[in-house]
Design a protein around this ligand. Sequence first.
Ligand SMILES: Cc1cc2nc3c(=O)[nH]c(=O)nc-3n(C[C@H](O)[C@H](O)[C@H](O)COP(=O)(O)OP(=O)(O)OC[C@H]3O[C@@H](n4cnc5c(N)ncnc54)[C@H](O)[C@@H]3O)c2cc1C
Length: 422
Amino acid sequence: MTEQRTYDFQRQIKTYERADVVVIGGGPAGTAAAIAAARCGRKVILLEKSGQLGGMGTLGNVSIFMPIGNVTGIYRELIGEVLASYLPDDHDTSIAPQYSPFVLRQYLNEKMKKEGVEVIYHTEFIGVVKEGDQLQAVVASTREGLRAFEAAQFIDCTGDARVAIDSGVPHTSGREQDGLTQPMTLMFMMQNTGKPVKPFLPEGCYYYEKVSDLPQGRHLYWERGEDGQLLVNMTRVKGNGATIKDTNYAETEALRQVFSIVHYLQRNGFETYTLSHVANQVGVRETNQIRGLYTLTEQDVVSGRRFADVVAQTNYEIDIHSPDGSKTTDERHVSGYDIPYRCMVPAEVTNLLVAGRSISATHVAMSSMRVQPTCYALGQAAGIAASIAIEDACDVRSVAIEKLHARLQASDVRLYKPAAYV
Ligand SMILES: Cc1cc2nc3c(=O)[nH]c(=O)nc-3n(C[C@H](O)[C@H](O)[C@H](O)COP(=O)(O)OP(=O)(O)OC[C@H]3O[C@@H](n4cnc5c(N)ncnc54)[C@H](O)[C@@H]3O)c2cc1C
């Protein structure tokens, strides 16, 4: 084994640009955070390590918005602009629209231009420049080498809490008892060709005979509209998508499963379907959670807890694809609960918020809050809160909740069931 050495790594790094708010990660949380901050009049830079926006929703080919029982804010606007036929009259209605990840990708590119957000693609955050408890800049690997991006406020929407962890914010990963995270899934699509397709099984793949042989031990797919497209969520690879070893294994193992499942489906009811698209990367459900000012718990979720500093509301179920390699999924209905602002606020840094799936939540609580519409809602609140912190020259820990609520309301966010706040 290679000797484990450590190195000091010092460089003079040029600043590429300064903004009021730098958002890192352009998934549901990051795009909403960037739009929200820009609408508050802030200069916003959004750094994205891939060549597209939408996070798991496009890059991971997720392609469905799960129902959260509150279609509001930027998420509602997005539905109205891209999927208008699904737009409910009321906010507190559940919808689960299936969409084209390619159309969403195009929509988000155009949306950012309209909103005046500067998106810098192929730019991967690698470290923070911190003075005391304040971030000065983030350093990223760009197409032109390492560059620094300065800001008054930073919002970590990497899904992995990468910025927070590098800033010294404590974090956890996976189940409390053993650290195991939900497994990864490489999503893919098949297309009905209208004529028989010869099943093909490339070298290194599996021959699945029956349902119980499949990685999830079940069928999980959706047909979209009338266009003969099948969205398939049936691969499953145990591991933590924030580790080198597990990610390496997952990318190759999941692709073997894709071809094996296609071969199985072509012999079992989808004889005229061909593989038409494989996601750009394996989908990652769960990696790191920060430990923020408040940690959302299973008890909060199942008891329908309300919080005075609510910023997002959801009734999406507890949904845990088994982390231990078994073929089960723990699905439990929940009636609805609040997510407080404090789940996005680290105690250790004055000008950093964390939005999206890596907020402060336990393993079970994150399994419910992790879906896209909730991440859009959290991102929107984080973008507004970062702007208030600039306006009031205050620490993110001291943002006035009444002001945040008023701004959210003015931005068409509706938070229901305001009774019994604790
Ligand atoms: C297989 C699978 C199926 C799912 N099914 C559904 C579903 O049906 N419906 C639903 O609503 N939700 C579903 N989800 C959950 C949902 O897609 C995610 O939880 C959600 O996208 C999280 O949003 P986010 O913005 O927090 O993070 P992500 O979507 O993970 O986005 C993070 C973004 O940050 C970027 N990034 C990461 N690191 C860096 C870095 N160092 N520098 C710069 N950029 C960086 C990434 O490239 C990415 O664009 C599913 C997830 C998976 C994996």
